[in-house]
Ligand binder design. Structure first.
Ligand code: ZN
Length: 390
C-alpha cells in the first residue's frame, strides 16, 4: 500500500493551517503574525503538566513573548472554567489565546477568547436561531489552535461545547469569529496519546464525518470532505491505535479529523444529540460515547439512507457495496478498537432516561438527523444502546 511521507504545508482552508511534524516550533512566528505579544495559553490540567506545554512557553520566551498558562480546564469544560479563564485573560492584559489540547483545551480556549470582550453571560450565545448575533464583535481576540488529539476537529470549527453545570446540559456556543485565526497541526503532539484515547477521539472524527454525510442538508462540498475524511480514518485509525508512534498514521488522522469537522457544518445527528446529555450527566468521554452510540443511531437511520450508504461503501472500498456494509464496517472497527458494545458497559442505565431523551430531542445537533428525532424514537435508540441490542 502506498504510504505518503509526512510533509510540511501551509493551507488556507477554511483558515490558515500550518501542518507538519515539529511545527510547534513555529508558534512564536504565529503569535507575531497575529500582531500579538502577550498570549494566554489555555489547556487542560493533564496537558499543563506535560513537557509539550513547557516547551511551547520556552519557545515563546526565547522569542521575547511572555506567555502565561491557564491550565484549569476540565475534561468537559464548564461555564465556571470559562469565567476563570476570562478573569485570567483580563488580569494578565493578554492579547491572544493559544488554545492547546484535545476538545476541552480547544473549546475552552475559543470560548475564553470569545467571552473576553463580552458583557453578556455565555449562555446568551447558545447556538439557537440568531443568538450568535448578540455577540459584540468590535474587538475580537485572536486564537491560535494547537490540537493534541485527532478527533474533535475543533481547531477548524466555529463553536465550542461548554457544560452548564447548574442545568446539567452541554451547550453549543457558536459564532463565526470563533474560527481560530491560525492552526498549528503538529502530528508529533499526538503521539503520546494512549491507545484508548486514540480510539475514542478517532471515533469522534468518524462520527463527525458519518453524521455530516448522512445529514439531508444540501452541501456537496462538505460531502466531499466527509467522504475523504472517512476514507482516511478507515485506513489510518487502526494503525494509529496499534502504534502510537506511527507518524504517518498520526498525520493522516490529524488532517482527517480537521476535515470531518469542516464537513459538520452540514450538520450532525442522533449520535451527538445523545452524546451531549449523556456526557453532561455522566461526565464521560465525548468520543467514546459517540463510538458506542454509532451503530445504534446508524441502524435506526438506515431505512432512509438506502443507496446513499451503498455509495459510501463504494467510496470506502468496503468488501460489499451495500448499505449494510457501512454498519458492518462500524461494528468490525468497534471490535478492533475495543469499544464497549453498549452504554451499560459505560455504567449507563435507565435511571436518567427521561431527562436524557428530553435533552437529546432539543439538542441542535440532532436537528439534521436524517429521520426527525422525537421522544419516541430517541427513547428507542437509547434503550437499544443501553441493552446492546441491534
Ligand atoms: Zn463530536
Amino acid at each position: 500500500m502506498h504510504a505518503p511521507e509526512p510533509v510540511t504545508a501551509n493551507w488556507g482552508f477554511p483558515t490558515k493551517v500550518w501542518f507538519g511534524a515539529g511545527r510547534l516550533r513555529d508558534l512564536p512566528v504565529a503569535v507575531k503574525q497575529c500582531r500579538a505579544s502577550r498570549p494566554l495559553l489555555v489547556t487542560d490540567r493533564g496537558l499543563a503538566a506535560l513537557p509539550m506545554v513547557a516547551d511551547a512557553v520556552a519557545l515563546l520566551a526565547e522569542a521575547g513573548l511572555h506567555c502565561r498558562i491557564f491550565g484549569e480546564v476540565k475534561p468537559n469544560p464548564t461555564g465556571a472554567n470559562i469565567d476563570a479563564g476570562v478573569a485570567a485573560f483580563r488580569d494578565g492584559d493578554h492579547d491572544l489565546v493559544i488554545a492547546l489540547g484535545g476538545g476541552s483545551g480547544l473549546d475552552a480556549g475559543k470560548a475564553i477568547a470569545l467571552m473576553a470582550r463580552q458583557m453578556r453571560p455565555i449562555w446568551d450565545f447558545e447556538d439557537i436561531g440568531d443568538h450568535w448575533q448578540r455577540v459584540d464583535t468590535s474587538a475580537p481576540v485572536p486564537v491560535i489552535a494547537v490540537p493534541t488529539t485527532a478527533g474533535t476537529g475543533s481547531e477548524l470549527g466555529r463553536s465550542s461545547i461548554v457544560t452548564d453545570e447548574a442545568r446539567r446540559r452541554k451547550i453549543v456556543i457558536f459564532h463565526p469569529i470563533m474560527l481560530p485565526d491560525l492552526v498549528i497541526m503538529d502530528p508529533e503532539l499526538t503521539t503520546s496519546l494512549p491507545r484508548v484515547l486514540t480510539a475514542a477521539t478517532g471515533m469522534d472524527a468518524l462520527a463527525h464525518g458519518l453524521e455530516a454525510y448522512c445529514s439531508p442538508v444540501f452541501h456537496p462540498m462538505a460531502d466531499g470532505l466527509a467522504v475523504q475524511a472517512l476514507r482516511m480514518i478507515r485506513e489510518w485509525l487502526p494503525r494509529a491505535a496499534e502504534d502510537g508512534n506511527d507518524l504517518v498514521a498520526r498525520s493522516q488522522m490529524l488532517v482527517a479529523s480537521g476535515m470531518a469537522c469542516v464537513a459538520l457544518q452540514k450538520g450532525l445527528g442522533g449520535m451527538h444529540a445523545l452524546a451531549h446529555p449523556l456526557g453532561a450527566q455522566y461526565d464521560l468521554h465525548h468520543g467514546m460515547l459517540n463510538a458506542v452510540l454509532m451503530p445504534y443511531v446508524l441502524s435506526h437511520n438506515m431505512p432512509v439512507l438506502t443507496g446513499r450508504l451503498a455509495d459510501l461503501a463504494r467510496c470506502l472500498d468496503l468488501p460489499h457495496h451495500t448499505d449494510a456494509a457501512v454498519l458492518d464496517w462500524v461494528l468490525a472497527l468497534r471490535e478492533q478498537l475495543d469499544i464497549p458494545r453498549s452504554l451499560m458497559f459505560m455504567g449507563i442505565d435507565h435511571s436518567h432516561a427521561e431527562q436524557i431523551v428530553a435533552a437529546a430531542v432539543v439538542d441542535p445537533c440532532g436537528f439534521t438527523n436524517p429521520i426527525a428525532l422525537d421522544r419516541e424514537n430517541v427513547a428507542g435508540i437509547f434503550t437499544a444502546a443501553v441493552a446492546g441490542r441491534l
